[in-house]
Design a binder for this molecule. Structure first.
Ligand SMILES: Cc1ncc(COP(=O)(O)O)c(C=O)c1O
Length: 421
């Protein structure tokens, strides 16, 4: 059955205190009780409609959580003060000292640093592998493995995870399968494809206005209750609380997410096709030549396109720096990290959002210093934008020949990138 997450969100009506269509923002850290007994009871277990302290639950955050649970077709959700908080709290709940995580080798740089540098201090270690190959995944799993972790569309190479295959492996081995769905909200529904937990950085497409940092976890009632448990829940005890005013804004922005995603995707496909025509190595799952194009077609919910992210390899760092500087001067967008904004954002992951990953590993993945990641904006006239980009490319003499030569020097076989999209 086709699932339409946008309609799920659209049909989530909240009647505010005064019949207000935007529910009143609950601006309180603490809540009164008419009896001591009721307060005691709430320390013990959740009571519908009762709130104790906003580090645990806040009514405004709860409305946003309910909308997110509907979007992901999950039972329940918890919003957090950042995407990293959502990831860290999830993994800390699932793992203890001595446990292992098997993670996709290409993940957001901050996630990589959490897994490679911070969690080992608490005895939790990670094996980074190429999750596209089932045999490699199975070979990496040991009796100590607790979690399988990936991004639905990974940052920044835009490889698409085979979520049903990974879910099968995870279930066979008794693991919890966690998917970061930041790059593909609405487009992919990991819980419906078999994952156990979904995390998002809402800082990106979900909020869409680049004015706050926020995250969420969507899963079962049982798992969210574990995260918020007063005695041992990481969300409760590490305390990454989302401010209720921010939560109210994100809820409002969430209602236009489907329109934005469709437009981001339309513009991104247009630019990806133009880059491809020029013969530049381009990564975009909407291109027929992308290695997981067919898989993506099988996994995606219809109507939202292939996403707003495109990565293009211009060969080397200097060329990438020059191009990004020119694109900003020509008002194509901002030289900035992050994604999901109305204006195009671009950065070179090797020296920004993926800098935490050692250079040797980056090169092995095919992430060269010349890779530029674009979060394509909501331009009304994307053809006009392309004319400007094309002029900048010509000005700097960026041709396929240059990219090919540099890649061969780096030891990357031509087929490896010529076929990527
Ligand atoms: C895929 C992905 N997951 C998680 C994060 C972290 O999110 P936040 O910056 O909201 O903590 C990012 C940030 O860029 C990301 O790209």
């Amino acid at each position: 059955m086709t699932f339409d997450p946008a309609t799920e969100i659209q049909n989530f009506l909240v009647f505010g205190e005064f019949g207000d269509v935007n529910p009143s923002i609950c601006d309180s850290s603490t809540y009164t009780f008419l009896s001591v007994g009721k307060m005691e009871e709430l320390f013990d277990h959740e009571i519908e409609g009762c709130f104790l302290y906003s580090r645990q639950f806040n009514p405004t955050n709860k409305y946003l959580s309910m909308a997110l649970a509907r979007m992901e077709d999950g039972q329940w959700a918890q919003v957090t003060s950042s995407g990293m908080a959502a990831i860290a709290c999830t993994l800390m709940e699932l793992c203890s000292a001595g446990d292992e995580i098997v993670a996709e080798r290409t993940v957001y740089g901050g996630t990589y640093a959490l897994l490679a540098n911070l969690l080992p201090r608490f005895g939790i270690t990670t094996r980074f592998v190429d999750l596209r190959d089932e045999r490699t995944v199975r070979a990496a799993i040991t009796p100590k493995t607790r979690v399988l972790y990936c991004e639905s569309i990974n940052n920044p190479l835009l490889e698409v995870a085979d979520i049903p295959m990974l879910a099968r492996v995870s279930k066979n081995c008794g693991l919890t399968f966690v998917v970061d769905n930041t790059f593909s909200p609405l487009m992919i529904s990991p819980l419906r494809l078999g994952s156990d937990v979904v995390v998002h950085s809402m800082t990106k497409f979900i909020n869409g206005t680049s004015d706050c940092v926020a995250g969420c976890v969507v899963s079962t009632h049982e798992f969210i209750n574990r995260l918020t448990n007063t005695n041992h829940g990481p969300c409760m005890l590490l305390g990454p609380v989302l401010d209720s005013i921010r939560a109210a804004n994100i809820l409002k922005n969430l209602h236009s997410l489907h329109i934005r995603m469709r437009h981001h995707s339309r513009n991104a496909l247009y630019l990806a096709q133009r880059f491809e025509e020029l013969g530049l190595p381009v990564h975009y799952p909407g291109l027929e030549r992308h290695p997981q194009h067919r898989l993506m077609q099988q996994l995606m919910n219809p109507g939202f396109g292939f996403g707003g992210m495109v990565a293009v390899d211009v060969g080397d760092r200097l060329t990438a720096d020059r191009l990004m500087t020119r694109l900003q001067e020509e008002k194509v967008g901002y030289l900035a990290v992050s994604l999901g904004y109305f204006k195009t954002l671009f950065s070179a992951p090797g020296h920004s959002t993926s800098a935490e990953i050692p250079e040797e590993e980056r090169l092995k993945m095919g992430m060269s210093d010349g890779l530029i990641r674009f979060s394509v904006g909501l331009d009304n006239d994307i053809a006009a934008t392309w004319e400007v980009i094309n002029r900048c490319l010509n000005e700097l003499g960026i041709t396929r020949r240059d990219a090919t030569r540099l890649h061969l020097e780096l030891g990357v076989a031509e087929g490896e990138f010529a076929g990527v999209g």
